[in-house]
Design a protein around this ligand. Structure first.
Ligand SMILES: NC(=O)c1ccc[n+]([C@@H]2O[C@H](COP(=O)([O-])OP(=O)(O)OC[C@H]3O[C@@H](n4cnc5c(N)ncnc54)[C@H](O)[C@@H]3O)[C@@H](O)[C@H]2O)c1
Length: 440
């Protein structure tokens, strides 16, 4: 089967590699020169090692190719997966300009041939987008009719960055929304080798499933953060509380770890988009507003802990370790490191920052702060460090590095360190949801 994947990002490349591994020929189309060059030479344009390994093999064997041209590879393919970005506008509404541009190219491809093609929207879009905007662009640009001359599906993606390929090959579920049975049946057959529960729906339901899922994850993280914030003020270790709470099968342990808030390219923008859509429908969406509010203030927890320890922060030297939105990835979209660093600077702190992979991207967001070339260098001579992203290597920091700090104080912003080990290695440990005993 020939498949075209439009957008060589996390979702597009994971989709391409998954179908390549299943034996299909995949053409990746992207408007970004650098991404096309990277993919053509078997490199992933982001840090995702297992995906990159497989991509390199499939490019070498000719199963995956890449081009800047979107129309030609779409015209040669039976399935066209649209995996372009849908970022937030300042109102919270999603920016679908990339989706519209890609749809116009797909319409040209559909106009060129008489084959029945199946267009699959994989980008996260609010309910009705596929059935109204995408359908309208495809029909107007091709002169053909969805459901008759070509098929239209909505197939939301649930992968997590850091395990993109594994999540695509072993998904928690496959959701296929379609405008017509023929298209939905064909997409189900394409997914036949992948083991997962399947859900057949209409286009709008498929779109809503993605938002319901991400809004829940955001709510769960936020709940853990709020519990942790209360625990810290009570002098209770939130890990003891949340671990025991998570044993209830109705609650569950995943995404119940507190931190400095959720970031990344999906959860923040998806919650904002769902709230925007709800408000357009005259529904106030109080819970979604509360999630965003807690998340916005959550990086302040690290600043508050520093104030509890040091009092006035003016002139304090603090290392921020981890700048990506989570450990193991180099994605800095909506990373909580930005409000964290901004909060520290606003309090007169002298910040030095380090990340194992994301530094070159973070410099574009905050070019004027100081960067270190290693965690050791960042810690040298500082009064405290804040772990903002849970990179595994930060767990190895010990006596050698702590002894170089002016004041060995560690603020664990992701609860990824072992307090006992940190203290044994000679530093004072503080963390989100972990504080000194209170008299309350
Ligand atoms: N990143 C994730 O973890 C994840 C998970 C699930 C769903 N999603 C959703 O999937 C979509 C894609 O996310 P992503 O993180 O892979 O995005 P991304 O920003 O990493 O990649 C998008 C790619 O599309 C390309 N592009 C933009 N306009 C184009 C056009 N007209 N023609 C061809 N290529 C074009 C861009 O150059 C870019 O390379 C978004 O809607 C996102 O919300 C993302």
């Amino acid at each position: 089967m020939r498949i075209c994947v439009i957008g060589a990002g996390y979702v597009g490349l994971a989709t391409a590699v998954m179908f390549g591994k299943l034996g299909h020929r995949v053409a990746c189309a992207d408007i970004d020169d650098r991404r096309v060059r990277d993919v053509s030479s078997g490199r992933a344009p982001f840090y995702e090692p297992p995906l990159e390994n497989e991509l390199a093999k499939l490019v070498k064997s000719g199963m995956i190719s890449a081009s800047k041209d979107v129309v030609a590879p779409s015209a040669e393919s039976k399935f066209i997966f649209v995996c372009v970005q849908t970022p937030s506008l300042s109102t919270g509404k999603i920016d679908i300009s990339a989706l519209k541009a890609a749809s116009r190219d797909v319409a040209r491809a559909i106009a060129r041939t008489n084959d029945y093609k199946i267009v699959v929207v994989k980008s996260t879009v609010v309910p009705s987008t596929t059935d109204t905007i995408v359908r309208q662009i495809l029909e107007a640009g091709s002169g053909k009719t969805a459901g008759k001359d070509f098929g239209l599906c909505m197939n939301p993606e649930f992968l997590q960055e850091g395990s993109a390929l594994k999540d695509s090959m072993e998904p928690s579920r496959i959701v296929v929304g379609s405008s017509d049975k023929r298209a939905g049946d064909a997409l189900m057959r394409l997914y036949a080798p992948i083991k997962a529960d399947r859900f057949r729906t209409d286009l709008r339901t498929a779109e809503m499933i993605k938002y319901a899922s991400n809004a829940f994850l955001a709510a769960k993280i936020t709940y853990a953060n709020e519990v942790a914030n209360i625990c810290r003020r009570l002098g209770i270790d939130s890990e003891d509380v949340l671990t025991a709470a998570g044993k209830d099968p109705r609650i569950g342990p995943l995404f119940l770890t507190p931190g400095l808030g959720f970031g990344g390219s999906c959860l923040p923008k998806d919650v904002r988009a769902l709230r925007y859509k709800a408000r357009r429908l005259d529904y106030p969406a109080y819970l979604l507003t509360a999630i965003l509010k807690v998340n916005e203030s959550q990086p302040n927890e690290a600043v508050d802990i520093l104030k509890d320890v040091f009092g006035d922060l003016k002139g304090l030297k603090v290392a921020v370790l981890g700048l990506s939105f989570k450990g193991g990835v180099d994605d800095v979209r909506d990373t909580r490191a930005v409000p964290l660093v901004a909060g520290l600077l606003a309090n007169g702190v002298d910040v030095i920052a380090f990340d194992p992979m994301a530094m070159s991207h973070f410099i574009e967001l905050m070019p004027t702060i100081r960067f270190a070339s290693s965690a050791d260098e960042a810690l040298s001579g500082v009064d405290a460090c804040v772990v903002q992203a849970d990179w595994p290597e930060f767990r190895k920091i010990g006596r050698k590095q702590f002894s170089k700090m002016r004041n060995p104080v560690v603020i664990d912003g992701r609860r990824c360190l072992d307090p006992g080990k940190v203290e044994t290695a000679g530093a004072r440990y503080y963390g989100v949801g972990y504080g000194p005993a209170s008299s309350e």
